[in-house]
Structure formats: structure tokens, C-alpha cells
Design a protein around this ligand. Structure first.
Ligand SMILES: [Zn+2]
Length: 445
């Protein structure tokens, strides 16, 4: 058993050190942090592999070898952080200061807290020579996650897929959310939506604005968007969203929504529809129940007195995994009857298979969580955002996203915002969760 009070103070000082490396992306400059992690692992005998990618950027891999009876587990976290608006912070965003039970700093919860938890897990495993591992535990710290991953996970997948050979991965992307009434649920991200770009183009006659024209492209575009605004894709319950709502119902404080969750996962089509109607009123629930359509960019003419020949709107369409964007576009075309309007796919997102919500890794997360707090509901979760886990899933790795630090909505909202912080108690909970889940899934048996 680790000496938890010593581990807690070491975790705090390591997270402080990690935050003090300014890895704002762009430009990133993750190499010095990668060297720090390399030193921390190597000085305790963990084998490491520092992969420089140029421009002061790098990926750091650390590996503790198991017997090889099972395929490896990856503990993944990114080293880069998003920028800060310094004037909005009350503490130095790169200071790692502790005040009133919170550790402040950019990255405290995205994703340096997890980086510290993964690092501590590696060190604890290495310090216990008696621990028998059936699989390798692979520490992976990447660059450039916040700006698309071209110099991070995408680079690793392209140049060193052999280092990512694993059965399971733990990554960011989930939530440990404390809700109203004090209950907590751990949403384990097991799948994610796929993001596509679709362009709506309206064409009409160009001309001088002094002579209004019936086929004005801007009006045509507006009518097309009006039709789209009234359209919603049908509810499509996946295995993961079904389990998500079914488990969440157990702890959900709002009685109307709780009943709707139970209806949604029933086998009665009428109840399913009624449940979906209630839950769809909450934007985040609506987003996981169906393919989503969000217009984001509108472009048209350039001058106030010239009618343009074309006007365009860009839609960000996010499909549920396994659902065809081409079929969505066909449905959109069918509901837009406006003449002179075309709807085309301009950038196709890459689908990734969901991770199994009944795997040994998922069970290890559930068991580790319940050992720490049996009242927490652990639910598989489909995220609407895109993470590096999709790249791993496409390689055949079952990746799971956790943010293992229990937090209320107020603290969670500071992610990418001002005064980002992690409650110390939650940080320590997260370290134990990652460590215990790792030990369970890698231990013999
Ligand atoms: Zn992140």
C-alpha cells in the first residue's frame, strides 16, 4: 500500500512543477515539460522514449513492463494548454499556487491534473516491486492536443503506431460531476460524435440592389436555413447512451427528468418518445440523443448595393458513431424545397468505433470508483466533443475518457476559462482512482 499522505504532498508538488512549464499552444513548447517527465520517470528506473518533433515539441513515452500475458494499457494525457487572459485571473496562471484547498493554474483540470495522476501512478507501480503486472503500463504525454493534435497524437499514430499497441487506454474526456443534492456521477467517455462540415449554397441573379430581384440568393439562403431550423434528426439511442441514461436515472435529482430517463430506456415506443421529448429540452441531452446540426458561418455579398450571385452557410453536423453523414445530407436536401439551393459535404469526419462499456477496463474503473466511494454512479458516456481517443479507437485500442476529479459545475466551467483550479481533495481522489483502476486491469487474474 502506498503511503497516501506522502503521495498527496508529492502529487501537489509535481502538479505545481508541471503547471509552471508554460505550454500555451500555440506555440506549445512542450519539450522542456517532456524532459521533466522523462527525468521523473527515469530517475526511478522507468524506461522512457522522448520523441522530439521539432519546434521545441515532443512526445514522451514511459513504459513499465508486465508479463505480456495481456496487451498493454496506455495512460494518456496532453502537455499543452490553451491560452490565458491574464487580466481575468486572480492568481498566476503558471504559478501552481494553492489557496483555500484549491490548486490554481492553467491546465489544473485540462489536462495537467491527469498528467500528474498518470505520472504518480507510474511512480507508485514502479516503487512496489512486488506488484505483478499482466500487461505493460504505457505512459503517453503528447503535444498539441488543443490545436488539433497534428504535432501530437496524429504524429504518433503516423510515425510510431507500434508504441500505441494496447488493448485499453485511459484519457481525458469524461467527467466526475457533483450534481445538485450532492450526488456524484462519473461519466466515462466511451464514444464520441463525429464532426463534419456541410455547406449550404444559394444562387440567384446578381444585380444592382436598386432593382430588387425575386431570386435574391440571400433570401433564398434565409428560407433554406429557416426550413433547417425547424428540422431535427430523429432520436437514435445507442448502446452507450442507453446505458448512460439508465444509470444516470438512479441518482438524478429532478423527478421529471429522472422519469424521462427511465422511459427512454424502456422497450415501449410511446414511453421512449415521451422520455426523449422531455430530455431533448436540455441542450446537452438533446445533443447525445440525435445527430446535431449547428449553422456556424454565413457569407454572402461584399457591398451594400450589389446583390451577390451566391450566399453560403456552413453547418457543423455531428453524427452519432456508426451513422452515415451522407444519409443525413439526403434528409436535409429533402426538407429544403427552396430552388437554387444546394447542400454539399465539404469535410467528412472520420468515424471511430465505440469502446465496449462492459470491458475489463470499464469494470476496473467502476470497481476502483466504488472502493473510494460506493455512492458514485459510473456511467458510460458519448461525448459531443472530439478527443484524441478517436484516433486510438481507430487503431483498435479501447479508449475511455475520465476526468477523475470530482467537481461541481462551477469548477468544471473554469476549464479553458479564468482561474482554472482543482480542489486538492478531488486531485487526490483522481490519483487514487487512476492508480486503483490501473492496478485492477493490469494485475494478475
Ligand atoms: Zn484537454
Amino acid at each position: 500500500m502506498p503511503d497516501w499522505s506522502a503521495i498527496e504532498s508529492e502529487t501537489v508538488s509535481r502538479l505545481q512543477a508541471i503547471i509552471q512549464f508554460d505550454t500555451t499552444n500555440p506555440p506549445g513548447n512542450e519539450l522542456p515539460l517532456a524532459r521533466y517527465l522523462e527525468g521523473a520517470l527515469r530517475s526511478e528506473g522507468v524506461e522512457t522514449n522522448l520523441l522530439e518533433v521539432g519546434d521545441n515539441r515532443a512526445q514522451l513515452i514511459g513504459r513499465i513492463r508486465g508479463s505480456g500475458a495481456k496487451r498493454p494499457l496506455i495512460l494518456l494525457a496532453h502537455m499543452d494548454v490553451v491560452g490565458v487572459e491574464r487580466e481575468k485571473w486572480t492568481h498566476d496562471p503558471f504559478g501552481g499556487e494553492v489557496h483555500d484547498g484549491y490548486l490554481y493554474g492553467r491546465g489544473a483540470i485540462d489536462d495537467k491534473g491527469m498528467l500528474a495522476a498518470n505520472l504518480m501512478t507510474m511512480l507508485m507501480l514502479k516503487r512496489e516491486p512486488a506488484t505483478k503486472l499482466d500487461r505493460d503500463v504505457v505512459f503517453v504525454a503528447t503535444s498539441d492536443e488543443e490545436a488539433g493534435g497534428e504535432w501530437g497524437m496524429a504524429w504518433l499514430v503516423e510515425h510510431h503506431p507500434e508504441l500505441l499497441d494496447a488493448e485499453f487506454a485511459l484519457n481525458e474526456g469524461g467527467r466526475t460531476r457533483i450534481i445538485r443534492g450532492g450526488r456524484t456521477y462519473l461519466a466515462v467517455q466511451s464514444a464520441e460524435k463525429v464532426s463534419h462540415v456541410v455547406t449550404v449554397t444559394a444562387t440567384g441573379s446578381a444585380g444592382h440592389a436598386a432593382i430588387p430581384l425575386a431570386d435574391n440568393a440571400v433570401f433564398r439562403l434565409a428560407r433554406a436555413l429557416e426550413s433547417l431550423s425547424m428540422y431535427r434528426e430523429p432520436v437514435m439511442l445507442t448502446e452507450i447512451t442507453g446505458r448512460f441514461f439508465g444509470k444516470l436515472a438512479e441518482i438524478w435529482p429532478d423527478p421529471v427528468e429522472k422519469a424521462a430517463m427511465i422511459d427512454l430506456v424502456s422497450s415501449d415506443p410511446k414511453r421512449i418518445e415521451a422520455g426523449a421529448t422531455v430530455l431533448s429540452r436540455t441542450a446537452v441531452f438533446n445533443a447525445v440523443l440525435r445527430n446535431g446540426i449547428s449553422p456556424t458561418v454565413v457569407t454572402g455579398g461584399k457591398q451594400f448595393n450589389v446583390i451577390p450571385a451566391t450566399a453560403q452557410a456552413v453547418l457543423n453536423v455531428r453524427t452519432l458513431p456508426g451513422h452515415s453523414i451522407d444519409k443525413v445530407i439526403n434528409r436535409l436536401r429533402a426538407i429544403v424545397s427552396e430552388p437554387g439551393v444546394t447542400i454539399e459535404l465539404s469535410a467528412r469526419g472520420e468515424d471511430a468505433p465505440p469502446s465496449d462499456p462492459t470491458s475489463a477496463m470499464f469494470s476496473a474503473i467502476v470497481d476502483a470508483t466504488h472502493e473510494l466511494d460506493p455512492t458514485i454512479a459510473v456511467v458510460p458516456y458519448l461525448s459531443t466533443g472530439v478527443t484524441d481517443s478517436a484516433r486510438l479507437r481507430r487503431l483498435g485500442v479501447q479508449a475511455y475518457g475520465v476526468l477523475p476529479f470530482p467537481m461541481g459545475e462551477d469548477d468544471e466551467k473554469r476549464m479553458h476559462g479564468a482561474d482554472e483550479r482543482v480542489p486538492l481533495e478531488s486531485l487526490h481522489f483522481g490519483v487514487r482512482l487512476v492508480y486503483e483502476a490501473t492496478r485492477r486491469v493490469c494485475g494478475p487474474g
